[in-house]
Design a protein around this ligand. Structure first.
Ligand SMILES: [Zn+2]
Length: 431
């Protein structure tokens, strides 16, 4: 009897191990099943290592990409293909971080109950028509255009130029066409960065709104000579932003100091990366050391900003200080980050609305109620400046924020402002 007991112990242990193994398998199936299904060895969804199932639709329900046994099929409209190539990704994976890669599991349509289903359908928040309008408005120039719903974080448009047609396999593309300029590249922000200086000044200079400033066209700030295009005369802080006075903003950043300026560049997300459904954006940079400090506050230092991070900043200004997490999916993300206090956001919004009234001209944006900031950023080397126009609609029923950058585009107000207007007129159809 004792002998029998001793012999049954190994069998008992073996049974325990089998039960534990089955438990672990079930547990891992629930957790990692989608990953297993999307593994390239699963012949149900892959042929020769390629995804053979799944569809991606635009906001309007237009088919942007369909996987079949014959390979990926893009939109029938070549302009839509080009306008969405950085969003969707290309056949060879030259464009990093497209939604076809991010949502691989959803495209396969994996479910625990059914195993691999018949292929997933992905409905994006991005509008194919708006993307097409944005690429057309850039008119062959290099740059980036982003439009989001600042209440939900839904991305309505993400266009980068130069673009290319993914149907052609990405051969003979222009230099730099694989780069997503909205999320993956940093540029001299020019006067758009006065928004960062202004946010820091609102929070840290208690009598800012009581002060009177005078610009004679040039000033000496901390030993550095600062120039404006002309004498801006006497003004209050809102006029200084609307007139984009370098002398005032250089003196404000000098007064605030490099530490506070650098902290705000970080807090407002300029020098940090953020996540869009798994894509990490590039980081900008801020340098307020030594004689760079005054010009850094006016927007002509050595600083760089990623268009998507400026889009996120103006979205937060529009949305009482909260930046909704950006997403490519319909319905929004639900998450948000506070970038500014409600009071600071309100003051920036007021100054940006006033800028449209005083400088950019409401008549240039018919039927729209905008708050904006332009930038004409000198890039040196005899090239035309980068043209920027960023801002948002203050109309609650049309809650969109936008960022437009045209590389070497010339005047921010005239060139990028015009693209922004075309874009917003087209975006009205979505609401
Ligand atoms: Zn000035």
């Amino acid at each position: 009897m004792k002998k029998l007991k001793l012999r049954s112990i190994p069998i008992f242990i073996l049974i325990l191990l089998i039960i534990a193994g089955m438990g672990l398998f079930s547990f891992r199936l629930a957790g990692d099943g989608a990953k297993w299904a999307s593994s390239r060895v699963n012949g149900n969804v892959y042929a020769s290592g390629r995804l053979t199932r799944g569809e991606i639709f635009s906001r309007e329900g237009e088919l942007l990409l369909e996987y079949s046994a014959g390979g990926p099929q893009y939109s029938e409209d070549p302009e839509v293909r080009k306008a969405t190539v950085h969003l969707i990704g290309d056949k060879n994976g030259n464009v990093g971080g497209g939604v076809s890669a991010i949502y691989r599991e959803e495209l396969i349509g994996y479910s625990l109950a059914e195993g691999v289903a018949s292929g997933g359908k992905l409905s994006l928040s991005v509008s194919s028509e708006l993307s097409k309008a944005a690429l057309s408005a850039l008119d062959g120039r290099n740059g980036a255009v982003g439009v989001v719903n600042y209440k939900t974080g839904e991305i309505l448009c993400m266009v980068s130029a130069p673009a290319f047609d993914p149907e052609n396999g990405g051969t003979d593309v222009e230099d730099g066409a694989y780069i997503n300029r909205l999320t993956g590249a940093a540029f001299t922000p020019g006067s758009v960065s006065k928004l960062i200086t202004m946010a820091a000044a609102i929070d840290n200079i208690p009598d800012l709104y009581g002060r009177s400033f005078t610009c004679s066209g040039e000033a000496e700030v901390g030993g550095t000579r600062i120039a404006c295009t002309h004498a801006h005369g006497d003004m209050k802080i809102e006029d200084a932003l609307a007139r984009s006075c370098n002398c005032v903003f250089a003196s404000l950043s000098y007064e605030l100091g490099a530490e506070i300026m650098s902290r705000y560049a970080e807090w407002l997300g300029i020098t940090q990366s953020f996540d869009i459904d798994g894509i990490s954006t590039a980081k900008g940079s801020y340098d307020g050391s030594g004689e760079l400090l005054p010009w850094s506050g006016a927007g002509q230092g050595k600083d760089l900003a990623v268009p998507a991070s400026l889009l996120r900043l103006v979205s937060a200004v529009a949305n009482e200080g909260f930046a909704q997490d950006f997403t490519f999916l319909c319905g929004g993300s639900g998450g948000s980050t506070r970038l500014l206090s409600a009071e600071t956001a309100r003051k920036l919004k007021s100054a940006m609305s006033y800028s449209v009234y005083l400088t950019y001209g409401r008549e240039n944006f018919p039927g729209l109620s905008l708050a904006a900031k332009s930038g004409t950023a000198e890039v040196g080397g005899g090239r035309a400046p980068n043209a920027w126009f960023v801002g948002f609609s203050t109309d609650e029923s049309f809650p969109v924020a936008f960022a437009v950058l045209i590389e070497n585009g010339g005047s921010g107000t005239l060139e990028a402002g015009k693209v922004a207007n075309e874009l917003l007129q087209a975006a009205k159809n979505l609401f």
